[in-house]
Design a protein around this ligand. Structure first.
Ligand code: AHR
Length: 516
């Protein structure tokens, strides 16, 4: 039962006898799509002062390592639903230039599968999560790509890979079966029946070649879609035994109100919506499992999540029959402090659901709604959202999520009704330390946050880092790259005798505490 709390106070009881689940490192995945400048002048820019012999920007590789991103989803996204993977392999000079219908751009194909695998190696051996095109293509092309990627040699396509410079197979384990196939914007979008039938046959075919693949079937492209629910039911019914994951995608932004201001109260509660979304999809999985009397488990791959101002100018596609630019500036949102607090809350929500969500991809990694920004021939820098991601990844990887027993006051929102002011989760690290991540969603009030630590933790020190700024809209820009950074929160204190800690959470803030 929730403990009574007075206004502006919240309390978390951490009991390490109650575990939610181990943290799957794939929760810290991200996403590289051929979209705008994510690839070109993002991760790949031959001629850039930091570019290596493959044309990869070393400044970006350094930031990707610092961010701690793990599995990378590639090559899309909407782009992938019109993509021919063969265009991106073989001698660069012979690769075709193609129209990218999803983003009204020209794809030069200078960067493809081999470059991606090599780049991931240089980032520290990150896992590749490859997506198969089920928009304009189908089973045969998915099988060809799988043979090219995973068969050691001795067949036409595996030998072609070897001739193209990759002697060893790429051994790609995780595959998306298409992308957002219920979205009318998707090239080749389908009904749930048609997609479910196609995905089931592609999954079966791929498993005939490589039985242990981990396959992700498309859920509806958002919680808000009219198709949501029925889509999950129909698609899971057809594919349940053949897949390991169903995808969720969610993007949040503060809605414009009639008076021209933004609904920040609801925006700050975006984690509540994400939590409900996960519960709804988990219910659809459970219902299908029960109906089919199955023993098989299907988990959630939350393989697109972020804050995205998707109706604003930076997300407008180029237009015109003669206007298909190469790597235009698209979806280059600059994130504020408030955006980063919501972002941190979404990470807390993913961790809280670590029993159902076994993989997640922050969409995206560089320039396109991204934690890392670059200028062509210029610097790379960290957005505000970089910080909650990097710190959460650093402390939570390899750990175990503990059941959050949280008491908090509430506030009213236009979109989600009454919601908790504070959201928090605790993770026991592999080394026995405990980390607590917490957001204060209040627009105007500090919160006095108390943490009761597990019996027997004997923590001696607490460090606390907070993301907050009196200007909620402060951002890091090309001209002021470190305007927003994390600050030590000196209000954090620990009473070793009682195992109780306190910290003051400023309004609209995200904080990470680490007990050692
Ligand atoms: O991440 C940007 C786009 O959002 C992706 O291409 C698509 O899958 C989603 O609609």
């Amino acid at each position: 039962m929730a403990q009574e709390v007075t206004a502006n106070k919240a309390r978390l009881v951490v009991d390490d006898a109650f575990e939610v689940a181990p943290v799957n490192n794939r929760l810290f995945g991200s996403f590289v799509e051929h979209l705008g400048r994510c690839v070109y002048t993002g991760i790949y820019e031959p001629g850039h002062p930091t570019a290596d012999e493959d044309g990869f920007r070393q400044d970006v590789i350094d930031l990707v390592r610092e961010l701690g991103a793990t599995t990378i989803r590639y090559p899309g996204g909407n782009f992938m639903s019109g993509y021919r993977w063969e265009d991106g392999v073989g001698p660069k000079g012979q690769r075709p230039r193609r129209l990218d219908l999803a983003w009204h751009s020209t794809e030069t194909n200078e960067f493809g599968l081999h470059e991606m695998v090599k780049w991931l190696d240089k980032c520290g051996g990150n896992e590749l999560m490859e997506a198969a095109n089920l928009g304009t293509r189908g089973l045969q092309e998915a099988l060809d790509l799988l043979e090219y990627s995973n068969i050691p040699g001795g067949t036409a396509l595996s030998e072609q890979r070897r001739a193209n410079g990759a002697d060893k197979p790429f051994d790609i384990r995780m595959w998306c079966l298409g992308n957002e196939m219920d979205g009318p914007w998707q090239i080749g979008h389908k009904s749930a029946e048609d997609y479910g039938t196609l995905a089931a046959s592609v999954a079966a075919g791929m498993r005939m070649m490589d039985p242990d693949l981990e396959l992700v079937v498309c859920g509806s492209s958002s919680h808000e879609m009219d198709t949501f629910g029925r889509w999950e039911e129909t698609v899971l019914e057809k594919t349940y035994e053949a897949v390991n994951f169903i995808s969720c995608h969610a993007y949040y932004f503060p809605a414009l109100k009639e008076d021209g201001t933004r609904d920040m109260g609801s925006f700050l509660a975006s984690g509540v919506d994400m939590d409900g979304f996960i519960n709804d999809v988990a219910a659809a999985i459970d219902a299908t499992k029960a109906r089919l009397k199955s023993k098989h488990e299907v988990y959630i791959s939350f393989d697109e999540w972020n804050v995205w101002y998707q109706h604003d100018e930076p997300s407008r596609n180029p237009e015109g029959i003669g206007n298909w630019p190469v790597a235009p500036r698209l979806l280059e949102d600059l994130y504020s402090v408030a955006d980063a607090v919501v972002f941190g809350d979404l990470m807390i929500t993913l961790l809280k659901n670590a029993d159902r969500v076994h993989a997640a991809s922050l969409a995206q990694l560089v320039n396109v709604i991204a934690p890392i920004m670059t200028e062509p021939n210029g610097p790379a820098w960290r957005q505000t959202t970089f910080y909650p991601f990097a710190v959460t990844a650093e402390y939570a990887k390899g750990g175990t999520v503990l059941e959050p027993k949280l008491a908090s006051g509430t506030y009213d929102t236009a979109k989600y009704g009454e919601v908790p002011v504070v959201n928090s989760v605790a993770v026991r690290g592999a080394d026995g330390t405990v980390s607590v991540f917490v957001v204060n969603r209040s627009l105007d009030a500090e919160q006095d946050f108390e943490i009761k630590l597990p019996e027997g933790l004997f923590a001696k020190t607490v460090t606390a880092q907070t993301l907050h700024d009196d200007d909620l809209l402060a951002k890091n820009t090309l001209d002021n790259q470190n305007r927003v950074v994390l600050h030590d929160n000196d209000t954090a204190s620990l009473d070793g005798e009682t195992g109780t800690a306190h910290v003051v959470l400023p309004p609209v803030s995200w904080t990470a505490l680490h007990f050692a």
